[in-house]
Design a protein around this ligand. Sequence first.
Ligand SMILES: Nc1nc2c(ncn2[C@@H]2O[C@H](COP(=O)(O)OP(=O)(O)OP(=O)(O)O)[C@@H](O)[C@H]2O)c(=O)[nH]1
Ligand SMILES: [Zn+2]
Length: 347
Amino acid sequence: MNDAPPLCPDAAIDSLGWQPFFAAQLTADDTGMTPVRIAVVHRARLLAETGATGGGEQLRLAHLGGTSDYAVGDWVLMDPETRSAVRRLNRRTLLRRRTESAHIPQLIAANVDTLFIVTSCNDDFNVARLERYLALANEAGTNPVIVLTKVDQVADAEIFRAQAGALQRDLAVVTLNAKAPDAAKTLAPWCGPGQTVALVGSSGVGKSTLLNTLAAKAPDAQQPTGDIRAQDAKGRHTTTARSLHAIQGGGWVIDTPGMRTLHVSDVADGLDILFAEITELAPDCRFRDCTHAHEPGCAVQKAVASGRLSPDRLDRWRKLNDENVANTPVRTGARGNKSDAAKPRKR
Ligand SMILES: Nc1nc2c(ncn2[C@@H]2O[C@H](COP(=O)(O)OP(=O)(O)OP(=O)(O)O)[C@@H](O)[C@H]2O)c(=O)[nH]1
Ligand SMILES: [Zn+2]
C-alpha cells in the first residue's frame, strides 16, 4: 500500500447514503473504481444505483460464486470499464435472520439507518412479535421506529401507541394512515437526504402502501399493494423481493416481503438493549448465573414482586432468550472467536 490519496468519489453519491465510514475503507488501490449501491439482488446478477445519473446499473460479478454475499443497501466498488463488482465494502449495519431450514443467516438489508417496524391497529398488533423485530433492529445497529398503520380504522389509537412505546427505552412510535399523503410527512424526520430506511412487518400491514407514498416514482412503476392482489387473486404475499427505492425529496427506502414468523437467533446484544431493565438488574442477583426463575436473592424476581417489572414481560424475555440460545450456533476455537456470531448468554 502506498501513501497516495484515497479515491475521492463524486459528491452526488452523498445523497445515496455514502458516509465517512465507507470512505475510510478506500485505499490507493481503489483509485478509478466507482462506489455504487446495491438496489436489487437477483440470483445471478446485481442491480445498483450509481447516484450520478440517478439511474440503475446492471453489475457483472467479478468472481464466480453468485450473489449470496450481497444485500440490498450494500456499497460495492465497481470497475467502470468492465461494469463488474470488484469489492464489497464493510457494512455499517446489517439486518439478517436465520430461517428454520437455513444454516447461514439470510441477509435482509445492509446499511439501514432506521428500521420502520410496521404493524396495524388491529389483530396484527402483538407486543411479543414487535419485540422480535426490535431485537433484530438492535442487533443490526439500526434505529427502530414502530409505525402503526390503519389508524383511520380505529376510534382510538392511543392504546396501541402506549403499548408499543413501553417496549423499549426511548423508542419512537408513530401512528398514521398509510394511504394518506401526509404519511410521508410523519415519517420525514427519518427520511432526509442520504438516510436509508427499511420497512419490515407482517403481510398486509401496509408496507407497500407506505413505500408508494414515500417513493419518488410514477404511479405506473409502483409496488402492487394488497388491493391489486385481491383483484387478480394471485399469491399470498404481494411483495416478493427486496429492493431499494428513492424517497421523494430525500433518502432511500428498502421494502421487504411480509414475514410470517420471525425466529430469533444471533441477537444476544439486541435482547440486552430491548430488555434493558432486566439486563441492568441481573448484576444485583445473588448468583452470577441466575436464571431469574427460582433462585433466592434474585433482583429480577424482586422487581416482579414489587410491581416494578411485569411478569408478562419477564416471560417474554425468557422465551426469546431461550429461543435465541437454542437457535444460535456455538462456535469454538480461534475461528469461532473471531466470528461475529452471537454467543449464547448466561442468564
Ligand atoms: N384504511 C387503511 N388501509 C390501509 C392502510 N395501510 C394499508 N392499507 C390497506 O391494506 C392492504 C394491504 O396493504 P399492503 O401495502 O399491500 O400491505 P404489505 O404490508 O405491503 O403486504 P405484503 O406486500 O404482503 O407484505 C391494502 O388493501 C392497503 O390499501 C391504512 O393505514 N389504512
Ligand atoms: Zn436473578
